[in-house]
Design a protein around this ligand. Structure first.
Ligand SMILES: [Fe+2]
Ligand SMILES: [Fe+2]
Length: 492
């Protein structure tokens, strides 16, 4: 099917001026128009379990936390074993399961602030901070060894002094931002209040020394306690050994963790099979099979939309430079697609991929994303990889089948000078061209911390210069017709 016309809608309702403009582009460019367009899937089968969809997207969260891939899934496996060994009622299992998988949902929201405070790469810093046990000596060593390493001495000393003087407040601020944002996003996705509370209290400690509320004992949701314990266990077992992980959890009994849950962990992890399963390449499937209530949790179209919107918020929270970007790209994508006569069903699919086109940016450090100056070759290479990461993350779920190439191709150009694959002409689908145009249009017209928004007319002028070589003229014509109509609507 692909471009099926929306009911009662003409395929094009472009103005005469735009038709002339389009003809001019057809004649001028060396780039051939894409022949048969790559088709969007006619119907998106939603006969897929929620576990697979969430499990796939957790890979993006692992990247943002600087964790080895599969961290969230391994945590889920560890945590569910603890829940069972502790004899927790089965009615709690499902909430614990999703609270663990989504524990890092707010992880992107403090990334920019971490970079700013520590003058450091947020991915490395977050990864290494997970080894700090809360003692003053460890915290001090961490600050000294991670702050402003690539900066001048004066800047570095200033940053270190600031952190040491305001350490408590800074930690609270960073944790509060992360936990509250994560919990809010989970609520928007439609998860239960128990799941949200589990995410919100992830960094609380059994003895009351945690953040952000300083909750203690049974006031902390059991899912938070298990999720944090699973996180510590996985961080230590992946970087050292299972024995080191068991030792670390034991040391924190009564401090960070409920002693009863520590006993449950030690009992569950005493079996060699536990660690073999955790290292198994088949772990993902095992985690999905483990899902409580899995038979009833099938993703509906509405759920998929909410989850995509939630992850778009995770993406947009990563950098102040791109706040609201994914959402606006989605709106522009939809308006262009509508003007080009795409069906409602295809527009729905396009909106989902537009929401998630930059999900791979979660794997790029804010030291690069927010860098005010020119990127070095290495930094530029990391930046150019973000569409590849988007493809890799989305490809893990069948929910995005047929759409991943659009996410991968959103920085390609018709003349072959784009990235990551240097595709050209017919190799770039019309759907990809639509998202690309929406992406550039937003980059030009959005307010940025370092410059005011560019007027629409000026942005369209810049885009015209690139039509036929960088962007697709037909898509641009559709965008212009939309802008024209909006203007007319405004004037009416
Ligand atoms: Fe991008
Ligand atoms: Fe983008």
């Amino acid at each position: 099917m692909g471009r099926k016309l929306a009911k009662d809608r003409k395929p094009t309702d472009f103005s005469a001026r735009n038709r002339t403009y389009l003809r001019a582009f057809w004649c001028r460019g060396p780039v051939e128009h894409a022949g048969p367009l790559r088709m969007l899937p006619q119907t998106l089968s939603l006969d897929l379990p929620l576990t697979g969809l969430i499990g796939a997207l957790t890979h993006a969260l692992d990247m943002t936390e600087g964790q080895p891939r599969g961290h969230s899934l391994r945590c889920c496996w560890i945590g569910m074993a603890v829940a069972k060994a502790a004899g927790l009622p089965e009615s709690l299992h499902e909430d614990i399961y999703y609270a663990i998988l989504l524990k890092d949902l707010g992880c992107s929201s403090n990334a920019a602030r971490i970079c700013e405070l520590y003058l450091a790469d947020d991915l490395t810093l977050k990864r290494d901070y997970k080894f700090v046990n809360g003692s003053l000596s460890q915290a001090l060593r961490f600050v000294l060894s991670h702050t402003g390493l690539s900066h001048g001495l004066a800047e570095r000393v200033r940053a270190i002094v600031h952190i040491l003087q305001n350490g408590g407040e800074i930690t609270s601020e960073l944790i509060e931002t992360r936990c509250h944002k994560g919990s809010d996003i989970a609520a928007k996705m439609g998860f239960s209040e128990t799941v949200c509370a589990g995410i919100r209290s992830l960094d609380e400690h059994w003895d009351g020394s945690g953040k952000p509320e300083g909750l203690s004992g049974t006031a902390i949701p059991v899912s938070s306690q298990i999720a944090l314990m699973a996180q510590v266990a996985d961080v230590f077992q992946t970087s050292t050994t299972p024995e080191a992980a068991r030792r670390e959890i034991s040391i924190r009994a009564g401090g960070w963790f409920d002693p009863a849950l520590v006993s449950a962990f030690l009992s569950a992890s005493a079996d060699k099979q536990f660690w073999e399963d955790l290292a198994s390449p088949d772990l993902e499937r095992k985690v999905y099979e483990l899902a409580p209530g899995r038979s009833t949790r099938i993703v509906t179209a509405g759920m998929l939309d909410h989850i995509a919107e939630g992850f778009a918020e995770v993406i947009d929270s990563k950098s102040p430079y791109t706040a609201g970007h994914s959402e606006r790209v989605t709106i522009y994508t939809d308006m262009i697609a509508e003007a080009m006569g795409y069906s409602d069903e295809d527009r729905q699919s396009l909106k989902r991929v537009a929401l998630l086109h930059d999900i791979g940016k979660l794997g790029v450090s804010n030291a690069i994303l927010d860098k005010p100056g020119k990127l070095s070759d290495t930094e530029w290479l990391a930046m150019r990889n973000h569409p590849v990461y988007s493809d890799q993350i989305l490809s893990r779920s069948t929910a995005f089948r047929g759409l991943t190439q659009i996410a991968r191709g959103h920085h390609e150009r018709l003349d072959g000078k784009g990235y990551p694959d240097g595709l050209s002409g017919k190799q770039i689908s019309m759907e990809t061209r639509i998202v690309t145009l929406a992406d550039i249009f937003d980059a030009l017209t959005a307010d940025r911390p370092y410059r005011a928004a560019m007027p629409v007319a000026k942005a369209l002028g810049i885009l015209r210069e690139d039509a036929g070589t960088g962007i697709d003229p037909q898509c641009l014509m559709a965008l212009e017709s939309v802008m024209e109509r909006l203007n007319l609507d405004k004037a009416a």
